[in-house]
Design a protein around this ligand. Structure first.
Ligand SMILES: Nc1ncnc2c1ncn2[C@@H]1O[C@H](COP(=O)(O)OP(=O)(O)OP(=O)(O)O)[C@@H](O)[C@H]1O
Ligand SMILES: Nc1ncnc2c1ncn2[C@@H]1O[C@H](COP(=O)(O)OP(=O)(O)OP(=O)(O)O)[C@@H](O)[C@H]1O
Lengths: 222, 222
C-alpha cells in the first residue's frame, strides 16, 4: 500500500489527506495544532500533532518510512522550506512542496523538492482561459503549446459534418470526442460523451473535445 | 474587448487579475485594502478600493457594466455570498464565486453564482490522482468518468508496437499522442510531442497520452 504523509492541514492539506484515504492510501496526517489533528483523526490512518521543522519529532512519527510527503503549509515560507529539507534528509523518496510564488517554487526545487504545487496560481491560470475565450469551456495544456479544449460548436458549424469542416486539414485540430445532451431540447438533460462520426452533422448545443496546438485554437470562431 | 471584474486580491485574485490583463482583457480589480489596490494598479486597467458588500460602491465603480465578475475573497463566506447576490442584482451576466467547501458551493449556486471555483479542493483532487497512481503523470477528467491521462510506458510495453499492444481493443484506451525526449539518453533533454505511428515500437522513457474511461486506466500495469 502507498504510504503518504500530508503536512499542514489547512483547506488544501486536509482535503488531500481525506481524499487520499478514500482512495485507499495509508495516510499520515501532520499539523502542529492539536485541535486540527483531532478533527481529522477518523479520516486518516494516523494523525500526529508536531512541528514539521523539528527533525526528531518527524523521525519519531515515522516520516522516514513514507514513500511520499506533501508539505501543504501555506503562509510560512521558512517552515515550508525547512520541512522540505528535513524530509529529504530523512530519505523520503518524493517530496511535494507548496510554493506561494514562482520565485519560491524555484528556491524549493533547488533545495530538493521533487514537485511543486500552488493551488491559487493553478486556479488563476485555468480561469483566465475560461474567461478570455468563453466559447472554450475548459482548456488544459498537457504539453507546452498543446492543449485539450472543450469548445461549444460555433453557429456556422451547425448542420455541417466533421468531414466537411476539414478541421484537421484546415485548422490542424483533431476532434477526439463530442459531448451532446441526451435530450437536445433540455439544457438540464445530462451531457453524454460520444465518439464523433465523420459523416454526421453537428447539432446546436454540441460540445467538441479537441486536441491541437494552442495557436490553432485561436482560429476557431468565437 | 472582454471586461472582467476581479473582487478580492489575495493570491488567487491578484494572479487572476494580472493574468487576464496579460491576455488582453479589460480588468477592473477590486479590494477593500488601499495598499493592495495600489500594488496592483499598474498591472490592470482600473483598480478601486471598496467594500464589495456595499451595493452603491459597486455601482459607482462601474460593476454594472462588466461582462463577468470573479469573487476571489477567501475567508469570509458572508462577504462572498453578499457580493455574489449584489453583482447578480446589478445585472452582471456571469458571476464566478469562490467556495470554501462543497456545501458553500451548493449555497452559492442556489443564490445565483453561475460558476464556482475552489482552488485548494481542485488541487487536492489533482494531487490525489498523481500520488495514488504514480505512473500517471497527470490525469484530467474532462467528462464524468472519462479522462485524459499521461502515463509512462510500463516496462513490459517497451519494444512493442501500438498495433501489437491492441490498447483500444484490449483496454478501451485511445492513444492520442506520445511524448518522447529529443535525446533518449538524456533526461534533461526536452520532451517533444509526436503523433504515434501504430507500427513503431515504444522506447524506454516514452510517455503515452491516452483517453478513455477512468475504470479502464486502472488496467494499465503500475
Ligand atoms: N511548522 C509547522 N508544522 C506543522 N504544521 C504547520 C506548521 N506551520 C503551519 N502549520 C499548519 O499548516 C496548516 C496550513 O497552513 P496555513 O494556515 O499557513 O495555510 P493556508 O494558506 O491558510 O492554507 P490553505 O490555503 O490550505 O487553507 C495550518 O493548519 C497550520 O497549523
Ligand atoms: N468585503 C470585501 N470587499 C472587498 N475585498 C475584500 C472583502 N473581504 C475581503 N476582501 C479582500 O479579499 C482578499 C482575499 O481574501 P482573504 O484574505 O480572505 O482570502 P485568502 O484565502 O487568504 O485568499 P488567497 O488564498 O487567494 O490568498 C483580501 O485581499 C481582502 O482584503
Amino acid at each position: 500500500p502507498t504510504s503518504i504523509a500530508v503536512i499542514g492541514l489547512g483547506q488544501f492539506g486536509s482535503r488531500l489527506a481525506a481524499r487520499l484515504s478514500e482512495q485507499g492510501a495509508e495516510v499520515l496526517a501532520i499539523d502542529r495544532s492539536r485541535d486540527i489533528v483531532e478533527s481529522i483523526r477518523d479520516k486518516v490512518t494516523h494523525a500526529v500533532a508536531l512541528d514539521a521543522t523539528d527533525q526528531e519529532a518527524l523521525r519519531a512519527a515515522g516520516l522516514a518510512d513514507v514513500r511520499a510527503a506533501v508539505v501543504c503549509i501555506g503562509q510560512n515560507f521558512e517552515a515550508i522550506t525547512l520541512a522540505t529539507v528535513l524530509l529529504k534528509q530523512l530519505g523520503v523518496p518524493r517530496v511535494v512542496a507548496r510554493a506561494p510564488s514562482p520565485l519560491a517554487a524555484r528556491i524549493l526545487s533547488s533545495i530538493g523538492a521533487d514537485d511543486i504545487v500552488n493551488p491559487e496560481e493553478e486556479a488563476a491560470d485555468r480561469w483566465c482561459h475560461r474567461l478570455v475565450a468563453p466559447r472554450f469551456l475548459s482548456q488544459i495544456e498537457f504539453h507546452e503549446g498543446y492543449s485539450l479544449i472543450e469548445a461549444k460548436a460555433p453557429a456556422d458549424w451547425i448542420g455541417r459534418t466533421l468531414t466537411d469542416l476539414h478541421l484537421r486539414a484546415k485548422l490542424g485540430l483533431h476532434v477526439v470526442a463530442l459531448k451532446r445532451r441526451r435530450d437536445a431540447d433540455d439544457p438540464e438533460s445530462p451531457l453524454r460523451i460520444e465518439m464523433p462520426s465523420p459523416s454526421s452533422p453537428l447539432r446546436t448545443g454540441d460540445i467538441l473535445v479537441l486536441m491541437g496546438k494552442d495557436e490553432d485554437f485561436a482560429r476557431i470562431p468565437q
